[in-house]
Design a protein around this ligand. Structure first.
Ligand code: MN
Length: 728
C-alpha cells in the first residue's frame, strides 16, 4: 500500500488478525490515538500530515506479520525525537517492551544525525544499529520500514539530501535487508536508490520497459498458460507469476552486458509457487521437458540455501522462439522467507512452529560485532561490505558438509570455519585431492580437506592470508593472547629479580593490599596486568618496588627511581608500531636505523619494541623468532622534521695520497653533514684507513654521501659500520 493511500487503524487491525488469532487490539488503538495526537499539526515536507509516516511504517510491519509490540513501536517511533513526549510517559502508557524499542530507535537516529564525517556515520551508525538490535531484531525491522518509507517520499527533499540518503540506503540499509533475507524491502530500496542516484539511466530503462509492456503481457499470458497446463495435467497445486524484474537488477545486468535491451525476455521473470519441496523438483522436471534448460544456469538453492536462508530453484530455459527466460520455483514457506526473511522466521517462532535458523542469523549479527572490535570505522565498513554482498563461494568438507565464504576467502578461512584449533594448527590442505598452500583461494564447489600439525601456530602474516572476519579475529586474539602470555612471563622475571635485590620476596607481596593499591594507582585490576605492563616495558620494575617499599632509605630510592636507560622520546616519536599494540618503541643500538631506512621491529624481553635496520646482522638471528616480529614504520614526518640528528659511523679504505682528507671532508660538508670525529691511519703499503662519525638526517642523505665518497678518486671502499651488506 502506498503512502498516498489513506491507511486506517482498521486496515492494520484487519491485517494483523490474518496472522494472529487474538491480537492486542487495545494496544494498537491506543498507540494510534496517542501518536496521532502528539504529531497533531506537524507536517511532512510533502505537505502531508506527519502522522502518515508512522502509520505507513506500522502498516509495513503488519505486512511483515510482526507482533503488536513491534507495530505499536512503529506508530510511536518518532515521538521521543520529534515531540515533547518523554520516555516515562511512554513507559506509563505502553509498558516497557514498546518503550524499549522506541528508545533504541531514537538512539539510532540521534546517532545518524550527530556525525559529520560520512564514513564515520555510516559505519558507526550501522554498528549501533546492530548493537541496538542484539536483544531485539524488531528494532532493525522497524528501522528498515522507517527508512523505506522515507525513501518512498524522498522526492520532497533537496537534491543533495536525496543523493546522500539514497547512497546511505544503498550502502547500508539495502544490504542489511538483503542479509536478513527481506527481499521485498531490499528490492524496493534498491529501485528507489537507483532512481535517485542514476536518474538518467533510470528514466531510460523505465522507458524501455514501458515500450515493451504489451509484448511482455502477451508472453506472460502465453507462458503462464503453458505452465498452468503442466501443473494441472500432473496434479500439482501451484500458482504462476510473471513479472518484470526489479529495475536495479536489470540495470546491473545491463552494465555487466548480460542483458540485451532489445530482447523483452531479458526483462521478464517467472515464478512458480507450490506446496511441497517434492513439487518444486517435480515442476523443474516438467519445465525442463517442456523447454530445454540452458546449461550451467540451473541453481539449487533449496539443497544449498543462501547464507540469508533464501531458498528456491532457479533455472533458465529456451522458451518460445528460442528466447531464454528465467524461472524460480519455490514453496509458499520459502516464498515468505524470500520476501520477509528474518521477519518471517521471527513470526513463525512467535506462532510456536519454531525455526532454528533465526538463531544463526542472530549469531551472524553477533559475530559481526565481535569481530569489529578494535577495527577503524573504514575497516569495519569494508568488512561489512564484504560480508553483506554475498558474492559467495560454496565449498564442501570431504564428508559433504557445505560451508559458504565471501569471495577471496582461502584455505585458512576454511580451516578456521571448521574449528579455531584447526585454524591455529593448519599447515595447508587438499583441494579436490591436490595439495595446496594456506593462501590458496577457495572456488565454488571445491572439496577441501585441511591438514594440521601440532607444531604449527598462527603468525602475523596470516592476517593478510584470510578473507573472513571470523578467521581474522581468531588469529588476532590468538596473537594478542600469546603476546600477553610472554609479557607476563618476562614481567614476572623482571620483578622477581628486582625484588631479590631488596631481600624481600615477590611471593610475600603478591596478593597484599599494598600491591592492590599500587595496581589501582596504575589503573590496573589484576596482578597479571601489572606483570604484562612490566613485560611490555610500559612500567619499570624498580619504580613499582619503590612504590611498594617506600620506607627504604632515600638514596637507594633515588637510585631505583632513575631508569637506567630511558629510550629517547625523539626516537620513539619518529616510529610507529602498526596494528593495535601500544608498545614502547626504541631504535636498536646495534644498527641505529635512520629515518627512511627499511626497518623491522622485535618485541624484546621487557624493554618494548626494538627497531632494527632490515640489514642489521642481528636481525638474521631474530628471524628465528618470527612470533616476536612486529611491523613498524617511520612516522610520516620523521625524515623531514629533523628532530633528532643521527650519528653514523663510516669506515673507509683508500689510497694514501695527498688531498684525500680534504676531498672526503668536502663531500661531507657539501651534502650538508658534519664530521663529529675522525681517525686516520696509514699503513706502509700506501693504504689509508679512516673511521669517521658524521651527522645525518635520514637514510637518503646518508646514501648520497656514501655514493659521492665512493666516487672520490682513490677511494677503495666506504661503508657504514656494521652494515657491510647495506650497500652492494
Ligand atoms: Mn521515522
Amino acid at each position: 500500500m502506498d503512502s498516498s493511500a489513506k491507511i486506517r487503524i482498521e486496515d492494520i487491525l484487519n491485517r494483523v488478525e490474518l496472522y494472529r488469532p487474538d491480537p492486542d487490539e487495545d494496544l494498537l488503538r491506543h498507540a494510534y490515538v496517542f501518536a496521532a495526537n502528539r504529531h497533531q499539526g506537524q507536517v511532512r515536507r510533502s505537505g502531508e500530515a506527519y502522522f502518515i509516516h508512522p502509520l505507513t511504517v506500522a502498516w509495513m510491519l503488519a505486512e511483515m506479520e510482526l507482533d503488536e509490540v513491534a507495530i505499536a513501536a512503529g506508530l510511536l517511533h518518532d515521538l521521543l525525537e520529534d515531540t515533547d513526549t518523554t520516555t516515562e510517559e511512554l513507559e506509563l502508557e505502553f509498558g516497557p517492551d514498546v518503550t524499549r524499542l522506541v528508545e533504541a530507535l531514537t538512539k539510532l537516529s540521534d546517532f545518524e544525525s550527530s556525525f559529520t564525517s560520512r564514513e564515520a556515520t555510516e559505519a558507526e551508525n550501522f554498528r549501533r544499529l546492530l548493537l541496538a538490535s542484539m536483544d531485539d531484531v524488531r528494532v532493525i525491522l522497524v528501522k528498515l520500514a522507517d527508512r523505506l518509507h522515507n525513501m518512498r517520499t524522498l522526492s520532497f527533499l533537496r537534491p543533495d539530501r536525496q543523493v546522500a540518503i539514497a547512497r546511505e540506503t544503498l550502502d547500508i540499509y539495502a544490504p542489511i535487508a538483503n542479509r536478513l533475507g527481506i527481499g521485498s524491502i531490499k528490492m524496493e530500496m534498491e529501485d528507489l536508490c537507483f532512481r535517485y542516484l542514476h536518474p538518467k539511466e533510470w528514466g531510460r530503462l523505465e522507458h524501455e520497459i514501458k515500450d515493451r509492456a504489451d509484448a511482455a503481457e502477451r508472453w506472460f499470458a502465453e507462458i503462464r498458460g503453458i505452465i498452468e497446463g503442466l501443473l494441472l495435467t500432473n496434479g500439482i497445486k501451484g500458482t504462476v507469476h510473471g513479472r518484470v524484474k526489479h529495475m536495479y537488477s536489470v540495470y546491473q545486468k545491463l552494465r555487466r552486458q548480460e542483458v540485451d535491451m532489445a530482447n523483452v525476455f531479458d526483462f521478464l521473470a517467472f515464478r512458480v509457487i507450490v506446496e511441497t519441496v517434492g513439487d518444486c523438483y517435480g515442476v523443474l522436471g516438467l519445465i525442463h521437458q517442456q523447454w530445454p534448460p540452458v546449461p550451467g544456469r540451473m541453481k539449487d538453492h533449496i539443497a544449498i540455501p543462501k547464507p540469508n536462508a533464501y531458498q528456491s530453484l532457479h533455472t533458465t530455459v529456451l522458451g518460445p522462439e528460442a528466447h531464454p527466460f528465467e524461472i524460480q520455483i519455490r514453496t509458499w514457506d520459502m516464498h515468505k522467507i524470500a520476501e520477509f526473511g528474518i521477519a518471517a522466521h521471527w513470526s513463525y517462532k512467535e506462532n510456536g512452529s519454531g525455526a532454528g535458523s533465526e538463531d544463526s542469523r542472530i549469531s551472524w549479527l553477533r559475530s559481526l560485532l565481535d569481530n569489529s572490535e578494535g577495527a577503524s570505522p573504514r575497516e569495519f565498513l569494508d568488512s561489512i561490505k564484504v560480508d553483506l554482498y554475498p558474492d559467495d563461494v560454496y565449498c564442501f568438507t570431504p564428508r559433504g558438509d557445505v560451508f559458504s565464504f565471501p569471495r577471496g576467502a582461502t584455505i585458512l578461512d576454511f580451516a578456521y570455519r571448521v574449528h579455531s584449533e584447526v585454524g591455529h594448527t593448519c599447515v595447508g590442505g587438499r583441494v579436490n585431492s591436490r595439495w595446496v598452500p594456506l593462501r590458496t583461494e577457495l572456488r565454488n564447489g571445491d572439496i577441501v580437506e585441511i591438514s594440521t600439525s601440532p607444531q604449527q601456530q598462527p603468525h602475523h602474516d596470516w592476517l593478510n592470508l584470510v578473507g573472513t572476519n571470523r578467521a581474522r579475529s581468531k588469529i588476532r586474539s590468538w596473537l594478542k593472547r600469546e603476546e600477553k602470555k610472554r609479557a607476563v612471563e618476562v614481567g614476572r622475571k623482571l620483578i622477581e629479580r628486582e625484588f631479590r635485590k631488596t631481600g624481600v620476596s615477590w611471593r610475600k607481596v603478591s596478593g597484599t593490599d599494598e600491591l592492590k593499591s599500587v595496581l589501582s594507582s596504575h589503573g590496573l585490576s589484576k596482578e597479571e596486568d601489572l606483570l604484562a605492563a612490566l613485560g611490555f616495558g610500559r612500567l619499570a620494575a624498580p619504580a613499582i618496588i619503590a612504590q611498594l617499599l617506600p620506607q627504604e632509605d632515600e638514596a637507594a630510592e633515588d637510585e631505583v627511581l632513575t631508569p637506567k636507560r630511558e629510550p629517547s622520546t625523539a626516537e620513539s616519536q619518529a616510529l610507529e608500531v602498526t596494528g593495535d599494540a601500544d608498545f614502547l618503541v626504541y631504535v636498536a643500538k646495534c644498527c641505529k636505523p635512520l629515518p627512511g631506512e627499511r626497518i623491522v621491529g622485535f618485541v624484546t624481553r621487557g624493554k618494548g619494541v626494538a627497531v632494527h635496520s632490515r640489514t642489521c646482522p642481528n636481525v638474521k638471528n631474530l628471524m628465528y623468532h618470527p612470533e616476536r616480529e612486529i611491523e613498524v614504520r617511520w612516522a610520516s614526518d620523521a625524515a623531514t622534521s629533523g628532530a633528532s640528528p643521527n650519528q653514523v659511523e663510516l669506515d673507509m679504505v683508500f689510497d694514501d695520497r695527498s688531498g684525500m682528507l680534504a676531498a672526503i671532508s668536502q663531500v661531507i660538508s657539501a651534502e650538508g653533514s658534519d664530521i663529529l670525529s675522525c681517525q686516520l691511519r696509514t699503513e706502509h703499503n700506501d693504504r689509508g684507513f679512516g673511521a669517521m662519525t658524521i651527522v645525518v638526517r635520514d637514510a637518503e642523505q646518508l646514501d648520497r654521501i656514501l655514493r659521492r665518497l665512493d666516487n672520490i678518486n682513490g677511494m677503495r671502499r666506504v661503508e657504514r659500520r656494521g652494515q657491510a651488506t647495506a650497500r652492494a
